[in-house]
Design a protein around this ligand. Structure first.
Ligand code: URA
Length: 418
């Protein structure tokens, strides 16, 4: 590929033309070889953002990113599932769903990321467990899934190196929010991760990267279609992020909440409801029997907690430290309602950023929520409690909006695709 080929490809995308499969392969491979420079790739990303990418182009780009590095291979004798969240606040689903699905018989190979923007990262949370190794080699990752049934590891440097470079470039050039580029980035990681079945949890609402249900559904549909073109079973759930999913926001404090859920200590809970829906989808794409009763019975039996402890020990963590881990329920700084009213909006982005900041000094620092959308508060009712230094953080009560009448409720799962 020479200079004039590269310029011609950028100009064609700028004019809204479809670039063919071989051209996308050549462009990504030339980028990794240093023949296409960052300025040219940024121009191509911006043209792709404005002009859009066809499904053929998203597939071609995904394929090129997958082939930029190594891929995980599992034995053909087992069927492996992975799940991916597009990013949320108090999103403890992976921590509970991975061992729960494994306890129900699935083989779960979860490659996870770190915090991105205001959203939390499963890897940052797991790292707070003493000794836990978040950086398994690919061989150890495969062996652990095959032996105990599940593993959660950070994506290694060998997998999708092109995505790493592209993501960094997009972050610097305002080209992240392109449906096609996001779909290729996410699906390439899942394909390289080796799973046969994939469940996408696409968050929508004020705390998600996709603000509207329509945008989230389009992303979900695109990712399911692309994953299927790679021969994988896939499904996407469009789920609500207009309020934090669980009650804790931080890192170690979210591990404490996940442990309470896994020990079956909490039943009537939004997070449990979503975990059950996600696990059912994981079992479906694994061709295993699924029902809410079966999943809930496994959760209540303690088998999911035992599986979580086995995973922690297999990855070098000290599982006995988890038994006494609980969400803090006293102390802290209470942020109370200044007047009475119904909770009509919660600034999830501000909460997510605050939770990340508080957890930096101590993993058990963070936020514990009391307010829920639609609930009624009197003046003085605790909205949430902060653990960690609350000095100079401004008027935190404004994070929760109160009004004389409730606003319409958001469905926890707005749509299931595939
Ligand atoms: N998450 C990813 O992995 N990639 C994107 O482009 C956006 C969110």
């Amino acid at each position: 590929m020479n200079e004039s080929h590269i310029r011609h490809a950028i100009e064609r995308k700028r004019e809204g033309c479809e670039l063919d499969h071989d051209l996308w392969q050549a462009l990504i491979s030339a980028y990794m070889d240093g023949v296409v420079d960052d300025a040219q790739m940024a121009a191509l990303c911006m043209a792709s953002l404005w002009r859009g990418l066809s499904e053929m182009e998203i597939f071609a780009l995904t394929d090129a990113i997958v082939h930029s590095g190594a891929s995980v291979r599992f034995s053909d004798a087992i069927r492996v599932v992975d799940k991916h969240s597009s990013g949320g606040v108090s999103d403890i689903v992976s921590l509970v769903a991975v061992p729960l699905a494994a306890a129900c018989g699935a083989k779960v190979a979860k490659l996870s990321g770190r915090a991105l923007g205001h959203t939390g990262g499963t890897i940052d949370k797991l790292e707070t467990i003493r000794g836990f190794n978040v950086a398994l080699s690919l061989d150890r990752f495969v062996a652990q899934v095959e032996s105990i049934g599940c593993a959660i590891s950070a994506q290694s440097a060998e997998i999708v190196p092109a995505d790493k470079r592209l993501y960094h470039l997009r972050d610097h050039t305002g080209t992240v929010p392109s449906m096609g580029l996001i779909a290729a980035s996410i699906v390439s990681k899942k394909i390289a991760g080796g799973a046969h079945g994939i469940v996408f949890d696409v968050k929508t609402g004020v705390g998600g990267f996709m603000r509207t249900k329509e945008e989230a559904a389009e992303l979900g549909r695109t990712m399911v279609d692309i994953a299927r073109r790679f021969g994988r079973s896939a499904t996407a759930l469009i789920t609500d992020m207009n309020e934090p999913l669980g009650t804790c926001i931080g890192t170690g404090i979210e591990i404490a909440e996940a442990c309470e859920l896994l020990r079956g200590e909490r039943h009537e809970d939004r997070a449990v409801d979503l975990v059950v829906d996600i696990v059912r989808a994981m079992l479906r794409v694994s061709d295993l029997p699924e029902s809410a009763e079966r999943v809930l019975a496994t959760l209540r039996s303690g088998d999911a907690y035992t599986m979580f402890c086995s995973m922690v020990e297999a990855q070098g963590g000290i599982a006995s430290t988890l038994d006494s881990l609980h969400v803090p329920r006293s102390g802290g700084t209470i942020i109370a309602a200044g007047a009475s009213g119904f909770v009509t909006a919660i600034d999830v982005v501000r909460l997510g950023n605050l939770g990340r900041m508080l957890a930096m000094s101590d993993p058990m620092n963070g936020i514990v929520m009391n307010a829920r959308l639609g609930s009624h508060c009197d003046a003085g009712t605790p909205l949430f409690t902060l653990y960690g230094s609350a000095d100079a953080l401004g008027d935190l009560a404004t994070i929760v909006s109160l009004a004389p009448s409730p606003s319409p409720q958001h469905a926890l799962v707005a749509e299931t695709i595939g």
